[in-house]
Design a protein around this ligand. Sequence first.
Ligand code: GLA
Length: 519
Amino acid sequence: MQPQKAWNRSWVRRPMGIALVLLLLINVIVFLASAQQPEGQLTGNWAVKTPNADGTFRTTYLNLKQDGAKIRGSIRVTQFYYLITEGTAGPDGFTLTGSMLDGKTARTVKYEVKLAGEELHVSTRRRPEDKPTVMIARRVPPGEGALPARLELPVLHKVPDNALARTPPMGWNSWNKFASRVDDATVRGIADAMAGNGMKEAGYRYINIDDTWEAGRDAQGNIQTNKKFPNMKALADYVHSKGLKLGIYSSPGPNTCAGYEGTYGHEEQDARTYAAWGIDYLKYDWCGARTLYTDEEMPAVYQKMGDALRAQKQPIVYSLCQYGRLDVWKWGADVGGNLWRTTGDIRDTWDSMTRIGFGQNDLAPWAKPGHWNDPDMLEIGNGGMSEDEYKTHMSLWAILAAPLLAGNDLRSMSPGILGILTNREVIAVNQDKDGKQGSRVWKSGDQEIWSRPLANRATALAIFNRAKDPAKVTVRWTELNLTGKHLRDLWGHQDIPWPGPEYSVMVPAHGVVMLRVSK
Ligand code: GLA
């Protein structure tokens, strides 16, 4: 056993020796590296300006104070503002770690920076396994990109109801399909399509421009449009000439989610501008406000714009977008909101749509005429789901009394998709004048029945099959506390003779059967 032990020990000692030499070497390299970047050389305000296609820039600011081998300061990336918590010299420049609190969530970023003449080479990766994105920062005057001072917030009061959105808003929004590619021509084309393809007759009204229309502000602080939107007033006139309405987007923070100019400190001024342009709807997205305010301050922040919109002669629907934080359904109406997002962003997948849609069960009591839960815009027609899945999407949003904001390219959709979006019988459920949101009344494995009370003592039922195979579902009226005489299939567009105490039906995989039960 002895030789074995000796063998072991020598191999234990050898790595320790190697480690010691390595440590020494790293120290020497670090020393040399910090000596190569003399004290304070990185100190200054640096900016990476990446041009957007619309004449604006996405800017990342690095405000650095170098003290030997240490760096302090801040990093501002579009809507995020991080304090550098660790800035240490390595063999090849510095590694900066920034962190910020976003509501209850801590966010961190990591950047590698290296001085190269007059430039600061900055690299970062989304995930450790990704290839780094390398950017070049240049010096900008001190103060540029600094976070504005925190403005005091108003005392809470109840914003008077604006009498709009008595039924859930219907229309279109640019984000899901076009994101930053939306422009004047697209919006006009969408308005033409909506006015000509039957959607307008089916109840769709609002054409909503989401993020990326903004440029900076003029000398008087008036918000400017970027070159994708040469004349917002003319665009509103055009949309109005089609009998439709125009919506716009902003953030209560200094920046929007995509890093564009926000409304911060210009609430009344922007509300006046929107009114002067003829804007009929505002989606107001928390994003940049997270750098200045806590979640608990959201009601006061949103009330500020609620008051500003209410002060305009032009009626403007007010859509709150803060992803359902701080139980927005409990206070959204009080700050003037007509609708409030209840979740994070939807994606065009079965998983995302069903996670959001079937997750809304507890929120039914908070919806009422003028004030709606918003589980996010429709993905119908964007290509990531089957027609049966999109029917499930449409039916669920109808049962939920959710806003119906199409998110696809209305200029080029298939007749099947248009048929889903314009199913009048399903829309009638969504737009029911009593404005009561439905909820789950039965569940067995992957099959669920959701029910929504309608005007005139009628009821809408949606029988969902979340399984990958078709399934037979039996509805027993007494189990659902329902009595009725008339039964109608809202996707089949036909009356069903009253079937007696129960009704059995095959529901397609990931599909739905939607019924109207009336006395
Ligand atoms: C957030 C919102 C989205 C969209 C984008 C725009 O993510 O939740 O609906 O408005 O911002 O940047």
